[in-house]
Design a protein around this ligand. Sequence first.
Ligand code: TMP
Ligand code: ASP
Length: 236
Amino acid sequence: MQRINLAYEGKAKRLYTTDDKDLLIAEFKDDLTAFNGEKKGSEIGKGALNNKISTQIFNLLSEYGIATHLVRVLSENEQLIKKVDIIPLEVVVRNIATGSLTKRLGIKDGTVLPFSLVEFYYKNDDLGDPLVNDEHCLIMGLVKSENDLNTLRKLGREINSVLVKFFEARSLKLVDFKVEFGVDKGGNILLADEISPDSCRFWDANSNEKLDKDRFRQGLGDVKVAYEEVLRRILS
Ligand code: TMP
Ligand code: ASP
């Protein structure tokens, strides 16, 4: 499968068209961006690590019946994926309070939530990806129906249950994560984008050491070492 044209460039990936109109090639970049857009960096090999980590996680989830856009890995940095229309929502699932939840509501950092919280954020960089509720989503036409929102919530919770158990067995706490979904030409909702330490928070179960992008966001260093450790545990 050959790349034809660059169709889209995001912060972490480039998407290329192929000779099959229903398939794209996703190339994982080494760039890291912080939420305020001021700090920027890159880690050699980060793209290849996220490609491996995300592939393992997507394959695990598909064993549990979650439909994903992943077709197969093509190279260190490339995946072949199904073309979908991305639903412009970031679906965030949280098990432990930290990050923006702590800032917004003052819930103490590290509080274990009584049940998993699912939130929707409108994917719009100019607006800073604001938190939205169901009615915002419907009024703005971000999804077709209330039913789609319920499907996204259900998928978010299913993914969370599978991954919490998987990572618990590898001494990692899945603190929270962000997923994105797309609609394929048949109208099916597929898990899209990636699941990696760029889009999840992983804390070591014993030391609470952060093994994710917060190492970059908070200037803790050793970003690549942490991502390699996450991959090592996934493969263990
Ligand atoms: P937050 O606490 O900053 O809202 O982040 C919640 C989770 O979502 C965390 O695992 C990081 C992930 N995330 C992204 O992947 N992309 C984003 O743009 C944001 C804001 C969060
Ligand atoms: N808002 C994201 C972050 O928290 C930005 C990104 O993932 O590129 O780092």
